[in-house]
Design a protein around this ligand. Sequence first.
Ligand code: ZN
Length: 504
Amino acid sequence: MTDHQATYQRLCDQFQEATMLGTIQQLLEWDERTKMPPAGGAYRADQAAYLAGIIHQQKTAPVVDEWLQELAESPLAADPHSDTGTVIRQLRRDYDKKTKLPKSLVEELTRTAVEGQQVWSEARAADDFAKFQPILEKTVELKRQEAAALGFDITPYDPLLDDYEPGESTANVARVLGELRDALVPLVEAIADSSQRPDVSIVSREFPIEVQKTFGAQVVAAIGFDLEAGRIDETDHPFMVGLGPGDVRLTTRFDEHNFCDGLFSTMHEAGHGIYDQGLPREFYGLPTGEDVSMAIHESQSRMWENQVGRSHAFWEHFYGRAQKAFPGALADVEMRDFYGAINDVRPSLIRVDADEVTYNLHVLIRFELEQALIENDLQVADLPAAWNEKYRDCLGIDPPNDADGVLQDVHWSAGLFGYFPTYALGNLYSAQFFAQAAEDLGDLDAQFRRGEFAPLREWLRANIHTHGRRYSAAELVERVTSKPLSHKPLIDHLTQKYGEIYGL
Ligand code: ZN
């Protein structure tokens, strides 16, 4: 072993140990969000903060900087996309980002995020934006300080976006989402003008929760989430967390009178879980074994939820089974009517309840507003009016109050600026990857009709999961589809699908 190889090994050991501590911390968090009694919260917060402190120390120790400097000059870093080159390059990036922020600012951001979420929750319950305004002003100011400390050339939004989409630029996101909006708004209007309206009451009939659980588990097993290496539990706000190789936890929720929420939340989280299960185990705890970005993660969940789970071909396979499982609700319902009901499109107030088409407009509105806040082009005091104006322009909706308007999302209260666009980018990546998979794999619909999901899953594994963080999201989409990210595949998918459903 050369000296460089010994150094590289020490570096990997340190980060794999930090990952082990991180997964212990995540297990505590999973427990907190699924099982923990409320009175356990205070001590749980202490446990989490204690572990976070140790992990931060391990990742930002000065010796890491020394190792990375030595390795940057070594043959191990010569090819930036090799196993070793990827690890060295990405750990350097993470180290620089983590050590640029002064400790006092990090602590202030953390404290303000905790307080912000509490104040937001009270303000939302009271429909009182004025109550939330001062802490949001403080949060925006701190995020601007964070951006300044991290450094930027063009806009302070860039380094914040980079936390969720490494290497992505605000200008590029604004361009691609702007093109998406220009194509989406007329489609939403055409759907709204259509005389064809699905009967949505079908999916709010009675669907016994125990049966929903069994049916959901059968569906996620069929699409290839490995339940021997994962499990499904219930929570209020569904999420997925990987706790180690062979232990991926999905969480979901069920409502007796909302078939779509339970099943599609479960499929969404299973999509995240299939990505996690597809990451290369031999690199667990290193960048070569980690996901690329929030948008790429979201592309996987949205693909299984929407491109697969809301497709006609999928239900040609599963509808008979659903009718048998829920005879009270579905025995007298034609598949055509069921398919219309699960694909109902209508402009609505609430992002998390939005359909596949209008969802992206909700995200766009938030992206434009938060960019303006961070760039100081919009004052927090003017935010509710700006919010309402955009909802009128983009969705033709007048929010009746701030609780269901500007106060509906938790993200800003927690300081998560730069996060929102990844939801829409995820939909774009999803559509672009899916179109390429269809080109490579032949008739995907015919496969889904036969209940065959392995070809798509293995395609995702080989083209996306297996690379870990070897490529950025932009590099990955170019590699896989030979084109940069574009709004076109998503618009093509939506236009074709909803054109048929709504007779456009
Ligand atoms: Zn998701």
